[in-house]
Design a binder for this molecule. Structure first.
Ligand code: GNR
Ligand code: NI
Length: 170
């Protein structure tokens, strides 16, 4: 088991596009286990491989109260989105301390491989739907702050760069 360092916005590596996993093998299963450990330790409700500087389509999610419902998504695709939307106050482990509202589809259907390489489909709503869309954005190189106004994005960049400098001094 290993905790993986999480990239912080505005790191340019957060904008790389992840490639599909070719084979679900022990290398991928080790990545999944390390990502899950990193997510639970953070703590967060989801983590995309992009955030740990691995540019392959792997995501872990656990939106349960008791942290006992890990979902492993490999090569996930959203195959249906509702026209109805919901607004949710989002945060991101790569954008610490910043929370803002994002509008996304209220309900989605997801097709994915699990860590055994088996295909599954599931429907999601509420926080799970938010989280899946947030994580799939990461795999496309998109961070939630890119939905905010350019003014807000610049303020967030300035604030996080300053935090980074203070952290290096300390
Ligand atoms: O831990 C997280 N919480 C969260 C809250 C609202 C909307 C999305 C999220 S995902 C985030 C973890 C993370 O950064 N995943 O990429
Ligand atoms: Ni995130």
């Amino acid at each position: 088991m290993a905790l993986l360092p999480i990239l912080r916005y505005p790191d340019p590596r957060l904008h790389k596009v992840a490639k599909p996993v070719q084979v679900v093998d022990d290398r991928i299963r080790t990545l999944v286990r390390d990502m899950a450990e990193t997510m639970y330790e953070a703590p967060g409700v989801g983590l995309a491989a992009t955030q740990v500087d691995v540019h392959e389509r792997v995501v872990v999610i656990d939106v349960s109260e008791d942290n006992d419902d890990l979902r492993v998504l490999i090569n996930p695709e959203i195959i249906w989105k509702s026209e109805e939307t919901q607004v949710y106050e989002e945060g991101c482990l790569s954008v610490p301390g910043i929370y803002d509202e994002v509008q996304r589809a209220a309900r989605i259907r997801v097709r994915t491989l699990d860590e055994q390489g088996e295909t599954h489909e599931f429907d999601a709503e509420g926080l799970l739907a938010v989280c899946v869309q947030h994580e799939l954005d990461h795999l496309m190189g998109k961070v939630f702050v890119e939905y905010l106004s350019p003014l807000k994005q610049n303020r967030i960049k300035t604030r996080l760069r300053k935090q980074e400098r203070e952290a290096l001094k300390a």
